[in-house]
Design a protein around this ligand. Structure first.
Ligand code: SF4
Length: 474
């Protein structure tokens, strides 16, 4: 390890900046119609994942477990998994079942692909759901890698050679149900026929109903996923995704579907790129409604720029979000001082270096990082804004840096499922939130700073206190 390397290779994570692989892999399955997931491992893993998802999405989230105990750990957990699958099918009657493994299952050598095959052979003659096993050892990567591994697994398992049709495949990373709804609204305003995968817009943000459904309505229809190889193009919001984890790349290589790999449509440049691409692919003009929304975002940028210039931000989270936010900060004059992810993402680093090549201050890019490392670097860089998931609240609690919550998980506030950041409208809302957080922080410390400047020996006890909340959020 180099002595001054800001991003040293370490064998421990201290206060991680990511969730584990199977947790990320659950989410694409939750965006398929009538789909259920079983985790092959101990009860605790499934409980941890349910808890994080239920707190973030504020929904009941059913995840089955094969409940391996000490006996299964020693003699193998195949019988547990088959038993669990039988129970799950009887109780939920799903059309698709995702089977995910855990640290324990992978460490004792469980082969979930083989077990799923044997289970289906044993059920021959009776109607069984489609089984999609995806090996996801918790230590194999972060929830970001788990998400795209599962998404590629779903497309690989369900896609069938199909004759050409006019639909466009739209593959989205881990974004909120509100963001998925917004991308669907943009596609519909552009009159695009599309298959969006995974569609969590209703399954993880279901409207209240009197009758409880074990599997919420909504999600991408499996028959539409099967027809993805016949699409005229794939738009994948996965600029940071490596090829081997890219479902869009799989469709391009194996079925000849042209791939357009974009960053998330956050900020003027990225939204323009998305809508211009839709215009080119369909020949449909961008409607006035969207041009007006674009104009309002520009207006918001003009309103906010004099405040944002003072922003010095640390951004952390999943690679797609960090890259998209980096672009939003660049457009709005906020200095991205530290850009960090808990994932191993070489492509993110390349993209960020390119994005910030002309910046006056070179940002610190931390890959495969954790909050201990992020905090250490925040200390001497005069950071006044943090943007990322709730786990970054440690930056507020310990260092007084206000946090704008977005990404996953947001478990210390309600409404994680409704956080809207994409499209011109979502970016406008995000920009207001960022600017107001900077303003609140400035007003909170304004008098302290003024006194400190003019009366450097003034005792601290007579300083004024601000009136905004400690984390600067409203
Ligand atoms: S890291 Fe491993 S042990 Fe922990 S919840 Fe994830 S799969 Fe289970």
């Amino acid at each position: 390890m180099m002595k001054d390397d800001p991003n040293p290779v370490r064998s421990v994570a201290e206060n991680p900046c990511n969730m584990c692989m199977p947790l990320g892999a659950i989410i694409p399955f939750k965006g398929i119609e009538n789909c259920m997931v079983i985790i092959h491992g101990s009860q605790g893993c499934a409980t941890y994942m349910r808890r994080h998802m239920a707190e973030h999405f504020n929904e009941p989230v059913d995840i089955a477990s094969s409940s391996i105990t000490e006996r299964g750990t020693i003699y193998g957990g195949e019988a547990n998994l088959k038993h669990g699958l039988n129970n799950l099918i009887q109780l939920y009657q799903p059309a698709v079942v995702g089977i995910l493994s855990t640290c324990l299952a992978e460490t004792i050598g469980e082969d979930i692909v083989r077990i799923a095959g044997v289970f289906q052979e044993e059920q021959a003659g009776s109607e069984t759901p489609a089984m999609i096993p995806v090996p996801t050892p918790g230590y194999g990567g972060s929830h970001f890698e788990g998400y795209f591994l599962a998404l590629t697994g779903i497309v690989t398992a369900l896609a069938q050679p199909t004759r050409r049709h006019d639909r466009i495949n739209v593959l989205v990373p881990h974004i909120s149900p509100a963001d998925v709804r917004e991308i669907k609204r943009l596609l519909e305003l552009m009159q695009v026929q599309y298959t969006l995968l995974p569609d969590v817009s209703a399954t993880l943000d279901a409207p209240y109903t009197q009758i409880y459904r074990k599997i919420p309505a909504g999600g991408t229809v499996p028959a539409d996923i099967a027809a993805m190889p016949g699409a005229r193009a794939t738009i994948q919001f996965g600029a940071t995704v490596e090829d081997e984890l890219s479902p869009g790349k799989y469709l391009e290589i194996n079925h000849g579907v042209p791939l357009y790999n974009l960053s998330l449509p956050m900020g003027i440049v990225a939204c323009d790129r998305f809508l211009n691409l839709l215009e080119t692919l369909t020949g449909n003009e961008i409607p006035k409604q969207l041009l007006d929304e674009r104009g309002r975002l520009l207006d918001a940028m003009v309103d906010a720029h004099k405040y944002n210039r003072e922003g010095r931000a640390v951004v952390f989270g999943e690679p797609e979000m960090v890259y998209a936010l980096g672009q939003v900060l660049a457009e709005n004059g906020i200095t991205p001082v530290i850009l960090a992810t808990g994932s191993k993402s070489p492509r993110l680093k390349e993209l960020l270096l390119d994005l910030t090549a002309d910046n006056d201050e070179e940002p610190l890019i931390l890959i495969d990082s954790d909050f201990a490392q992020i905090r250490k670097h925040c200390a001497d860089k005069r950071i006044n804004l943090a943007i990322g998931n709730s786990d970054g609240r440690i930056l507020t609690e310990k260092d007084g840096i206000p946090l704008v919550r977005m990404g996953f998980p947001v478990h210390d506030r309600i409404g994680g499922q409704r956080i809207l950041t994409v499209g011109y409208t979502g970016t406008t809302q995000l920009l207001d939130l960022i600017t107001n957080t900077l303003l609140a922080n400035k007003l909170k410390h304004y008098r302290e700073n003024m006194y400190a400047k003019h009366f450097p020996f003034q005792p601290k006890t007579i300083m004024f206190k601000g009136e905004v909340s400690d984390d600067g959020q409203f």
